[in-house]
Design a binder for this molecule. Sequence first.
Ligand code: GCB
Length: 605
Amino acid sequence: MLQSLLYPIDSASRRTVSLNGMWGFQIDPASCGEQDGWTKKLPKADTLPVPASFADFYTDKAIREYCGDFWYEKDFYVPAEWNGKTVAVRFGSATHVAKVWCNGIEVATHEGGFLPFVADITDCAVYGGVNHIAIRINNELSETRMPVGATKTMPNGRKRATPYFDFYNYSGLHRNVFLMAMPKNRIDDYEVVHSLDGADANVSYKVATIGQGSVEVQLLDAEGNCVARANGSEGILHVENAKLWQVRNAYLYTIVIRLKNGDELIDEYREEIGIRTIEIKGTKILLNGKPVYLKGFGKHEDADIIGRGYSAAVIKRDFELMKWIGANSFRTSHYPYADEVYQMADREGFLVIDEVQAVGCFPSLMNFAEASSGKKVAFFAKETTPQLKEHHKNSIAEMIRRDKNHACVIAWSLLNEPDTSDETATPYFEEVFAYARDCDPQKRPRTFALIGNSSPSVCKCHQVADFLCLNRYYGWYILGGADIEEAEILFRKEMDGWKEVEPNKPIVFSEYGADTHSAIDKLPSVMWSESYQIEVLKMVESVFDSYDNVVGEQVWNFADFQTTEGIMRVDGNKKGIFTRQRQPKRAAFHLKERWESMPNVMDGE
Ligand code: GCB
């Protein structure tokens, strides 16, 4: 049974306390902490801020690159009046494998570094006293977990993570940590499914509860007026003249769920929800029955100093930039983001392709580059595949459980750039895609991001996707610089191929672009210059505009971001339209002009 991943809130029956702030921190290269009693106290703890990645605080390379076990600890107070409630600590994420102890007693384990989990401390907490929480995290990479990579041992005995993916293996307590008190009998989860009925809407809901009680549900409008109510753990909220959640024009209702025993309130949960439908018809993606065109980015959770750490400030800046440039969508490449990102996307009316951390499913280091060379290894036929698949499915279940009620989430991306060149990939994909469908009450469209060599003639898995997401680097990895004209010819040829193989499926470009060092410019352009980035965008846009099955463009990347060091990267990936400090490159002004001239909802359909 999966845990409740409801976002922590305060209500008549619930309390939350933030455990963010300074935590004790210590690396454990010998993996001796558990047997040596670190579960109760770290022997030589440094102090570190949470949420954040640990890597970029230090001046010592060995700690920045640290790979293995490491620990965080914190003391916190549990009020006496919480005795009799369920008390828990919710970690927004821990990268990648975690084990948690409260007052020295094991309370939780979790695999997967990008989704929340809850440690129930009800039975070991000291009520009316100080408590201690310790978490051991491991950030090694392997082929049995996602994101996929390897861990090598260097001559000096230290471990080193070697990602099969193009972003830094940032690790730590990256997101909010909450202490929560909830009633023992309570609302465990809920789901909503929307349908439109003329000007009205029906919101079908299901509420899962722990313990006995009767369920009452209300829907409040933005002014707080009750516009629909229903009783029972399943039912329909009928909303007259519903105000729909529209792209870049979001309307949010609040769902209020109460668990009662007669007149007595046992538990109350509330959350903002948007009413909208999403479906695919022919080559269109329909939001509320109307075709939308996605404009936006593949992003990363990545910033100076905090690494992959949650920052409300960075999120705010990113949304302001996305609004300024005329974007309406993004993909959570290459992992589920912090809860708060989806909350803001709900509020701002952004369309989100929610991606699970299934990246690196290609059997070589820096896979994204080598894969394009056409190298053929059957990744999904390895000995490790069954274990990897279990982990993959668990992460999909957790992602959908957490994100299923967000209006902003219009699709699930179940892999980024996997090796689809071998027949053995097909059953893997079929199983994983069917599983995601079962998990999602709203039955949203499912996709995956296709790597360059997953071409119409090579890819064995495109048929399982409800729409195609293409990552294409014509004009960069393929025929860049002075060869750009030839790149366009090849690109159009590939598009003609897709028209034949998948004539009835929408295509979204989920990656395209060029590495660009802000401040390098040349006339005429050269690769890496700001002018060249614009030339690549203009070339690929002319191709997008000539195919009516193209229903979206998400440029790679929103901002420059950190990667493992190497000859392919100049202090990170520089394909950002904005710098890592969130200032525009010249290409940002080009995109602003283009995107502001294109409607969010396509006319005349
Ligand atoms: C890709 C990957 C992405 C890389 C990007 C690049 O196809 O999906 O993670 O960062 O290419 O810039 O090479």
